[in-house]
Design a protein around this ligand. Structure first.
Ligand SMILES: [Zn+2]
Length: 280
């Protein structure tokens, strides 16, 4: 494998008609992938697709925005825009029954999202935290990595600070991966010190806000992702994203780290195999 897309959603509604072709395009250019669930149905489906292809692994979990009833994304779940998230509670036994599958390499995406909170802020944050802690416990029980979605409210590090407090207090420590990382340099230093991994995606090809953090983070903590179908890299911006496009993000990462693309590929694949405990 030349590259691993550590966070994608090939099993989402956006790929319902052609996921096999999209996966084949990725394999043709040497890209494997971890497809990530966000709630009950997408988690179950992630495991199904991972069992269909060698080179696809799954993560199962409950995304913080799905713990509330305010938000719906038709690329994720299909259906019209009038359909809303169900405001799911975390059913530990259900997710455990999915996570014991050998193709499941992480619990998530789970974490905290303070960006889109609508309604009773205190109540919503408390529920997000409680649901996140249950998923940390599941990761501890099954010895799987944690695929973390963490998004602070605009212009702050608030959710990151809460995340660090929660993860620091729970033993044994899990292998923590911060997906789509957007934190400040000060926050980055704390996460590096706490042993976190970071995934970076297409946004680094067209926005310069992440360069400082990327230059600071040691190479052995960096993974690459697409978060497809979202946020395609240059020169595919505005299109539906897919795992084969990850090469563009690898090129940009190589430039920022001032090493060759081959070296970035080798290092990030090794990091992925290590953190997900995949035997290649
Ligand atoms: Zn995602």
């Amino acid at each position: 494998m030349k590259l691993i897309d550590a966070h994608t959603h090939i099993h989402f509604a956006a790929f319902e008609k052609d996921y096999r072709e999209v996966i084949k395009r990725a394999f043709d250019v040497g890209v494997g992938m971890v497809t990530v669930g966000t709630q009950r149905d997408t988690s179950r489906r992630a495991v199904e697709v991972a069992n269909e292809f060698t080179g696809v692994w799954a993560a199962v979990g409950l995304h913080p925005t799905h713990t509330d009833t305010s938000y719906h994304d038709s690329q994720e779940l299909g259906g019209g825009s009038g359909f809303i998230s169900r405001g799911e509670d975390f059913d530990y036994e259900y997710y455990k029954s999915l996570a014991v599958d050998s193709r499941v390499v992480a619990i998530g995406e789970c974490g905290l999202d303070y960006f889109r909170i609508e309604g009773d802020e205190i109540k919503i944050k408390e529920k997000q935290k409680a649901v996140f802690i249950q998923q940390i416990k599941l990761a501890q029980e099954l010895n799987k990595a944690l695929m973390i979605h963490c998004r602070p409210s605009k212009g702050t590090d608030d959710a990151y600070a809460d995340l660090l407090a929660i993860t620091s207090n729970l033993e044994p420590r899990t292998s923590n991966i911060l997906h789509f990382y957007v934190g400040s340099l000060a926050m980055t230093k704390k996460f590096v010190e706490a042993g976190f991994y970071f995934t970076f995606g297409g946004v680094i090809t067209f926005a310069r806000d992440y360069d400082e953090a990327i230059k600071y983070i040691p190479l052995d903590r960096i993974l690459l992702e697409t978060d497809a179908p979202y946020v395609a890299p240059e020169p595919h911006r505005g299109k539906r994203n897919e795992s084969s496009y990850i090469i563009e993000t690898a090129k940009k990462m190589a430039e920022l780290k001032n090493i060759s693309v081959d070296k970035i590929a080798e290092i990030t694949v090794n990091n992925s195999l290590n953190v997900f405990r995949i035997r290649a």
